[in-house]
Each structure stands twice: as C-alpha cells, then as structure tokens.
Design a protein around this ligand. Structure first.
Ligand code: TYD
Length: 222
C-alpha cells in the first residue's frame, strides 16, 4: 500500500546499532516520535526477540544463569533463528504495509559480535544472515558509537551474558568492527557520537533520516 509521504512502494527499514550501553533503547522512542510526527506509522522492535519464538531464544542467548558454554557458531545460529522469525513475522509485513520499522540491532550485530568479537568467519556469517533474512538489508543504519568503558559502565546494573562473560578486548573488537562497516558502507551507515548529550544524539539521528529523503520524501527535511 502506498503512503502519502513515500515514493517507495514500502516503508523504510531503519536499524540502530552500537556497542553495549550506547543508548539505542533510550533513543528509540524519541526517534519513533519524530517519524510519527512526519506522518509515518512506526513499528519499533528489537533483536534478539520480538516474536514468541524469538523471546524464548533471547532467554537462551542472554540469560546469565545457568552459566552454560556457547560457541560463537552456536550463538550465530541462535541469533539468526530469532532474526529469521522476526523478519518473517514482524519486519516484512510492517514495511509491506508502508510502516517505518525502527529496529534495535539486526544482522550487523551478529557480524560485529559473533564475527568481530568471537572470531566466527565473516563470509560464513554473512551467508547465514542472508539465509535468515532472505537478503533483507536496512535502508539506513544509525551506529551509536562510544568508548567501550563508557558503555559498559552505563549498563553495569543490567548485565546480559555478553557484558558479564566477555572482556573489554572483546567489546573493543566489536566497536572496531562496527566502525569498519560504517567506513565500508557510507551509503547505508551514519555514525552518531553516543557519548554526547541525549538531545545531541537525537539530533544526529534525525539528521541521518534525511538520507532517505529521495525514496521517502517525508524524511527529506533533516
Ligand atoms: P541487550 O540487553 O538487548 O543489549 P543492548 O541494549 O546493548 O542492545 O542484549 C543484546 C546483546 O546481544 C548485546 O550484548 C549484543 C548481543 N548480540 C549479539 O551478540 N549478536 C546479535 O546478533 C544481536 C542481535 C545481539
């Protein structure tokens, strides 16, 4: 269904990425409000999870108890299983009806954490992402970047397995991998400094939306 504010036949698919504690979940409702004010129906969602199956997989992936070993490959497949269900059940139907989808983490997180962090081979991981998503890529990825120590300190009260059992060097590799993706794909990625004040982070993210203005004219004014 076409939308008055869009030239494209579907809604925009926008992902938020970044190291742990970068403030994605705090930014999300504010960015959703901006999109709604521009006339979009907005679906906010997150990974892993957001479907009944995905929420069960989320618990397997993130719970700190019981403490069980996961290989990087096993993690990659569990995240991908959650993602496959999420794409089929939530993301594709939403963009098909013209809604804007704002998603907290997506395939780039698997490439950064399981690839950059845990050392799973990147080409194989990319093939897994393609299988899980049917090749659905975000139209825009906003990378909230900040120093690892700052992010981990922000999240110290609500730790997942990734914060609890991976060292700072792991998180440094994750951050570097995200920044490498942003440099390699400047057409899709926008880097926003997440160490700044929340209003500045929001302003950076809102400015990034203008990138989509050619396909969704409602987003043209940054
Ligand atoms: P969450 O509490 O949702 O973290 P955040 O608020 O930082 O997004 O936990 C998600 C964790 O899972 C986070 O440490 C990143 C990790 N993760 C992966 O390792 N691979 C993935 O594909 C995804 C989606 C997340």
């Amino acid at each position: 269904m076409s939308h008055p504010l869009q030239a494209a036949a579907r809604g925009p698919f926008i992902t938020l990425e970044g190291p742990d504690g970068s403030g994605k979940s705090s930014l999300m409702p504010h960015l959703a409000a901006v999109l709604r004010a521009r006339g979009f129906d907005v679906v906010t969602t997150r990974e892993p999870g957001s479907t009944p199956l995905g929420e069960r997989i989320r618990a397997l992936l993130l719970d700190t108890e019981p403490k069980i070993d996961h290989s990087g490959e096993a993690d990659a497949l569990l995240f991908a299983a959650s993602r496959a269900q999420h794409v089929a059940e939530v993301i594709r139907p939403a963009i098909a009806r013209g809604a804007a989808v704002l998603c907290d983490r997506y395939a780039d997180s698997s490439l950064a954490y399981q690839g950059g962090g845990s050392g799973v081979p990147m080409d194989e991981l990319r093939a897994v992402q393609h299988f899980a998503t049917g090749g659905l890529l975000p139209d825009l990825t906003i990378l909230l970047d900040l120093p690892v120590e700052v992010g981990l300190a922000r999240k110290s009260d609500e730790m997942t397995r990734f914060e609890a059992y991976h060292d700072v060097a792991y998180h440094e590799r994750v951050r570097a991998t995200f920044l490498g993706f942003a440099a390699a794909e400047p057409g899709r990625y926008v880097v926003v400094d997440a160490a700044g004040a929340p209003d500045d982070v929001l302003a950076g993210a809102v400015a990034a939306l203008a990138r989509l203005g050619d396909r969704w004219p409602g987003l043209a004014s940054g």
